[in-house]
Design a protein around this ligand. Structure first.
Ligand code: TXA
Ligand code: MG
Length: 340
């Protein structure tokens, strides 16, 4: 369940207004600035400047037909970016913005097609992070921003992650601390007759239903909408990642002693830690709650992906709806062969 609340990370006050001004002038000449949001860090450029958009695609190595989300400062700016906005979109924006929800709507004619991947729809959201909001207000326009990572890889949840991956290729990285949510926004399309959940996030299908009284349908391949997160392999570390039930992981850990040192594990049950230790398997015992687990997940995946291990074993977390975004990302990250 999404909990709206004060961001306890760095506030705009602690980040100097000078840095925001510097970022705005970079964005004005078509530069690219990585900035924090409550979900993950974004790689932002002026959504009305095709040269800036091209740079974002080049930096990420992202195919040009995969659309970018446009970040705006407030919901009243919706009509500048979308048209034929249905009442359900207004209700969702009022209820969840600023927050981790992206709405897919009909594109306003002024939105460049390079932002929307050539599609007649546009993704929009107001991020719930003081640095992102200060930047958007000072910029006074829309910022097209995918997650600030190479295409298909793990999204960054700290400024250090961004620098490790993109240093020297972006014009500036604004540091806003660790992201509070830790997984990408929920994406809901409102361009068909019924709302469609294109990407699960911390705002759940039941939260959408509670707000608009209509159950969002799953996004289907027939919708032909290009959502990179809907590729079978995405959000993926380069080391093979295997999802296992508690029993299967237990059985595997018991067999591992000879080659355990090249294997690491993401555990959910504290009962497995002793087995991991006995097998000389480096492990991380993940938090019990879905929100804490989500906040931690990408940092742990990056840590396990630094070239030390041959394989990551992941104990499947609970399968309830609260965990849907986590299970979605883990299953996309695990679409690789096992190679113990
Ligand atoms: O939490 C987030 O959404 C983060 C932060 C930075 O806001 N952004 C993010 O962007 O995850 P990106 O580009 O990594 O993923 C955005 C997703 C992509 O899967 C993209 O295809 C989808 O949004 N998307 C954007 N515009 C769309 C559109 N018009 N129709 C369908 N999907 C769209
Ligand atoms: Mg991404």
């Amino acid at each position: 369940m999404y909990l709206s609340g004060n961001n306890e990370e760095l506030t705009v006050a602690s980040l100097s207004q000078e840095r925001i001004r510097e970022a705005v002038s970079i964005l004005r000449w078509g530069g690219v600035v990585a900035f924090p949001t409550e979900t993950v860090y974004g790689l932002g450029g002026d959504a009305k400047n095709p040269a800036a958009i091209k740079r974002i695609f080049d930096i990420k190595g992202r195919p040009a037909d995969h659309p970018l989300i446009v970040h705006i400062a407030a919901s009243h700016q919706l009509q500048d970016w979308a048209c034929d906005i249905p009442p359900a979109a207004i209700r969702l924006a009022e209820k969840f913005w600023p927050g981790p929800l992206t709405l897919i709507l009909k594109r306003h004619p002024s939105v460049p097609l390079c932002v929307t991947g050539g599609q007649e729809t546009v993704g929009l959201r107001v991020p719930d992070h003081p640095v992102a909001l200060a930047l958007l207000q000072a910029f006074n326009g829309g910022l097209a921003a995918p997650s600030a990572n190479m295409f298909g890889r793990i999204s960054p949840t700290t400024a250090v992650h961004v620098k490790d991956e993109l240093q020297g290729r972006v014009d500036m990285v604004l540091d806003g601390g660790s992201c509070r949510v830790g997984l990408e926004s929920t994406i809901v399309s409102l361009v068909d007759d019924c709302p469609r959940l294109l990407r699960p996030g911390s705002i759940l299908a039941q939260d959408i239903f509670a707000a608009i009284g209509i159950e969002p349908q799953p996004g289907t391949s027939e919708t032909k909408i290009r959502v990179p997160g809907n590729l079978s392999s995405h959000y993926a570390p380069s080391v093979p990642l295997t999802l296992l039930s508690q029993d299967d992981l237990k059985a595997l850990l018991l067999k591992l002693p000879e080659n355990g040192s090249r294997v690491c594990a993401l555990l959910y049950s504290s009962g497995l830690t002793m087995l991991a230790e006995a097998g000389d398997v480096d492990y991380e015992l993940m938090p019990e709650s879905a929100a804490d687990y989500a906040r931690r997940l990408y940092a742990v995946m990056r840590h396990f992906d630094r070239g030390v291990y041959a394989s990551v074993l992941v104990e499947t977390p609970p399968q309830t709806t609260e965990w849907s975004a986590i299970n979605d990302r883990l299953s996309r990250a695990s679409q690789r062969p096992v190679n113990l």
